[in-house]
Design a protein around this ligand. Structure first.
Ligand SMILES: *[C@@H]1O[C@H](CO)[C@@H](O)[C@H](O)[C@H]1NC(C)=O
Ligand SMILES: *[C@@H]1O[C@H](CO)[C@@H](O)[C@H](O)[C@H]1NC(C)=O
Length: 422
């Protein structure tokens, strides 16, 4: 695996060096369960690439080409995919699979056309919809039944879990989400909150990681994952627009998801809020917000500071995440942007109450932020200490948050270091 990954990185970076600026945390990670037979990519993929380029164009004819190609059995596909962010589709033109191509990590594990026949517990839907506080999805493990993964194990193959069954995906069981804040800004729309992450088939103690449409090989995590919303700032509340750039952290019972509006970025090229290079410093610094467990709210918000940018003694500074293998130690407290026009909801106004079968583990979180199960205690700790006061981030609670929302194996070491400081 390591040899293959290193090879992939070398090949990919020679093809795509300009965009490969982020830390390739994916390189040594165990990417894709059951992807034992990785084949080396061929360097001579120009023919296939131009075919895909043509297919990725927005004309109906071209997308029909891609759809036809994509519906062929994935295993038969040859060639190499474009970077995931170069695949843009009208929602009605989404192909069966964006990435049916064999590569080190590919083809993608699931599919992009998701409908009533694919909805349910075994859905492999890899199109994520996030519209508003009531109606959004998060990425989670493709396991079923009692199976639990860590996000690091499954990042390449995560599938959509939604608050409704309307999107052909899995449904997040009632009561699992115990707090959410949606922030609407001119540049992005963002969800932050608290979840019993076993509802996403993730282990309770998974400190988690970051998902985005890039990854070391630019194929995204998940491979082929698409994201759409009717709620983007330039949207009309009805039409699904593609959020080509997005990112999502999940871990330690905390999640955050940000969808950047391509229309805003097209006008303000220096203001990009969906960076993925801060993938090990968690929700608090990537998506600063109130993080209150037990609260469900939608607010207008000012823009956050660009991730990593902070002001100290009147001076604007930029933090660079430490290289892989070094525990990140950002020297700043993230500024939580001012919010306004907040509307708060009871969770029962948004979703069904938990059913009795899951009530023993879920109802405490659903109805009270002071519930005492281990998961909810962890949530509360994260909420109180993480984002709002990182000067206390080396207290136990802060450590919980920082560890909770950062990524992958390095963080296991990071957890030890943070905890040792207490
Ligand atoms: C529903 O989704 C499946 C899986 O992507 C697809 O094969 C099927 O054609 C879809 N059905 C309709 C009516 O779009
Ligand atoms: C979308 O819906 C929200 C909430 O109902 C409303 O405030 C906003 O004005 C709507 N936007 C458009 C473009 O209709």
């Amino acid at each position: 695996m390591l040899v293959h990954s290193a090879l992939a990185l070398t090949l990919v970076s020679s093809l795509a060096a300009p965009v490969l600026a982020r830390s390739p945390h994916g390189a040594p990670a165990p990417h894709l369960r059951a992807r034992a037979e990785a084949s080396a990519p061929t360097a001579s993929t120009h023919a296939q690439t131009s075919r895909v380029v043509a297919g990725a164009a927005t004309t109906e004819a071209a997308s029909a080409t891609v759809t036809a190609a994509a519906t062929k059995k994935a295993a038969a596909a040859e060639g190499s995919p474009l970077p995931l962010t170069q695949y843009t589709y009208a929602y009605s033109d989404v192909p069966y699979q964006v990435n049916p191509y064999k590569s080190i990590r590919g083809p993608q594990s699931g599919y992009n056309i998701c409908n009533s026949t694919t909805a349910g517990d075994s859905s492999q839907c890899q199109t994520l919809i996030a519209n508003d506080i009531q109606d959004f999805c998060l990425w989670g493990s493709s396991l079923t039944g009692d199976g639990l993964d860590t996000i690091g194990d499954i990042e390449a193959a995560v599938v959509a879990y939604c608050t409704t069954d309307k999107h052909g995906a899995r449904v997040i069981k009632p009561g699992a989400i115990t707090g959410v804040q949606v922030l609407k800004t001119p540049a992005y729309i963002q969800w932050t909150g608290f979840i019993d992450q076993t509802a996403l088939h993730l282990t309770k103690d998974d400190t988690g990681g970051e998902l985005d449409p890039h990854g070391a090989d630019l194929q995204g995590n998940p491979l082929g994952g698409l994201v759409y919303s009717t709620g983007l700032p330039s949207g009309d509340n009805q039409t699904y627009l593609q959020a080509v750039e997005w990112n999502n952290f999940i871990g330690g019972g905390v999640f955050c998801l940000k969808l950047c509006d391509p229309a805003y970025y097209a006008k303000h090229g220096d203001q990009f809020f969906c960076q993925n290079k801060y993938d090990r410093i968690g929700c608090a610094r990537n998506m600063p917000a109130a993080y209150r467990d037990g609260e469900f709210s939608v607010c207008d918000s000012e823009l956050q500071d660009l991730v990593g940018v902070y002001t100290e003694d009147g001076q604007v500074k930029t933090y660079t995440q430490e290289p892989e293998g070094t525990v990140p130690n950002p020297p700043y407290t993230p500024r939580v942007p001012k919010s306004s026009n907040c509307k708060t909801y009871a969770s029962t106004e948004l979703w069904a109450a938990p059913t009795t079968s899951s009530a023993s583990s879920m109802s405490t979180g659903q109805t009270s932020s002071s519930a005492s199960s281990a998961g909810v205690t962890g949530h509360a700790a994260a909420a109180s200490a993480g984002p709002s006061d990182s000067s206390k981030s080396t207290t136990g609670n802060g450590a919980t948050f920082l560890v909770a929302s950062s990524g992958f194996l390095a963080l296991v070491a990071g957890a030890a270091v943070l905890l040792a400081r207490l």
